[in-house]
Design a protein around this ligand. Structure first.
Ligand code: LLP
Length: 401
């Protein structure tokens, strides 16, 4: 049984805190984390939450309390994670194209690091030699994920050191006697096929024997969540079974820890984005419903053509009609075209589901609009975990002419 916030809870939150509003449900994060633990029960597995999906400190703090680690994609995410209470041992910095200064800072903060270029590996070797354990982010040349924009492991992707450059990696590792303890891949987001992970493992298994100090294999994140009605739930039990089998049957991998970096799987479904209808506009082509938001607050539909379920929680029994749901941004910002909704009136609350991951996190101040507030329900009670921006925030870092 999946936990969901009710229409009444969402309506009450909108009344109390205003709209547009991001609402998160802590217990849904817990439920997802427990699904992972139970699927991988019996394997030596560690889950590093991909913090880039949603970095509100309260969410990080909650996930830390659940016992997960965190995967970071910038030095500031590392600092936020420390701020939220994660210990350095449970922080992983999977770098990509970053300056060596950030790697030095990550070392000074004592966190785990995955290096993704030969250039930084060389600098790392020169400075730290065998003195600081490190992981290598590899590009396995596997096409995976729901959309080319979120596929990261294929042979034209910028991410990771291409596996065909193994000889070059080995030269650098040997030259400085670098202590390689982890091999990492992340092939994409919205992966529905368990076999993608097995193909990744097979690539890594050929490479493991070159690194006798290895402690873990990191298979990244990307577990798909059901965005559309009828979308299948990602079969985490099947992945767990296949991964366990692959590791158990490989003598050199058997004792390694298995790491994953789920983002969407942990925080997508816990998030509800509540908006209010400003204007209804009948046209020959469609009836537009303009809400008090836009791609400045939820960019996924415009950026990735993503589908988010939308519900009219103010009129759940209303007759179903077709509408095109758009924002109030001075640029085309269509959330959904020709979508069936219970009859919409101006002032109704429309909720975008599955908005926890890469929702608020990718929001901006485009059109000088303010970012929404964030609220978290825990134990049935809602509290503000980020204040709504005010006009002064737009001026904060500007230099007055
Ligand atoms: N690990 C690494 C190294 C990653 O780059 C990512 C996501 C993850 C883990 C987590 O992937 P997830 O489990 O969340 O799929 N903004 C896009 C998704 C971009 C994902 C970027 N990397 C979206 O809204 O669909």
């Amino acid at each position: 049984m999946s936990l969901q916030l009710t229409n009444e809870q969402l309506t009450a939150a909108a009344r109390e805190f205003g709209t547009p509003l991001y609402v998160y449900h802590a217990e849904q994060i817990k439920q997802q984390y427990e699904k992972l633990l139970s699927a991988f029960n019996g394997s030596k597995v560690v889950f590093f939450y991909a913090g880039k999906a949603l970095t509100n400190l309260n969410v990080l703090h909650y996930i830390n309390k659940l016992g997960a680690g965190i995967d970071c994609s910038s030095i500031n995410e590392v600092k936020l994670a420390l701020h939220a209470g994660f210990t350095p041992q449970r922080i992983l910095y999977t770098s990509n194209g970053i300056s060596f200064d950030e790697i030095e800072e990550a070392v000074s903060l004592n966190v785990n690091i995955n290096i993704d270029s030969l250039s930084n590996l060389e600098k790392f070797g020169q400075k730290y030699g065998h003195g600081y354990p490190v992981g290598l982010r590899l590009r396995p040349n596997i096409m995976a994920g729901g959309n080319i924009k979120i596929s990261t492991g294929h042979d034209k992707s910028k991410f990771g050191i291409p596996v065909e450059q193994l000889d070059k990696i080995l030269v650098v590792v040997k030259k400085y006697s670098i202590k390689v303890t982890d091999l990492h891949i992340h092939t994409g987001s919205d992966i529905k096929d368990a076999d993608v992970f097995i193909r990744g493992i097979e690539v890594l298994f050929d490479i493991i024997p070159h690194f006798p100090e290895m402690k873990s294999v990191d298979l990244g994140g990307g577990f798909k969540v059901p965005y559309k009605d009828g979308d299948e739930e990602f079969d985490i039990d099947l992945v767990a079974k296949k991964v366990k089998h692959a590791f158990d049957s490989h003598p050199q991998a058997r004792n390694l820890e298995i790491w994953f970096e789920p983002g969407k799987f942990l925080v997508s479904e816990c998030g509800y984005f509540v908006t209010e209808v400003n204007v209804l506009k009948e046209t020959a082509a469609t009836t537009f419903v303009s809400v008090n938001s836009g791609f400045n607050h939820l960019i996924r539909p415009m950026f990735y053509d993503s589908y988010h379920r939308i519900g009219n929680i103010s009129n759940p029994g209303g007759t179903e009609k077709n509408y095109s749901i758009v924002g109030n941004i001075c640029e085309t910002d269509t959330f959904a075209w020709d979508r069936s909704l219970n009859e919409v009136r101006e002032g109704d609350l429309l909720v975008f589901y599955n908005a926890g991951a890469y929702g608020f996190e990718m929001s901006s101040n485009f059109n000088s609009r303010l970012k929404p507030a964030e609220v978290m329900f825990e134990g049935g009670k809602a509290r503000v975990i980020r204040k709504r921006e005010a006009f002064e925030d737009l001026l904060r870092h500007q230099v007055h002419p």
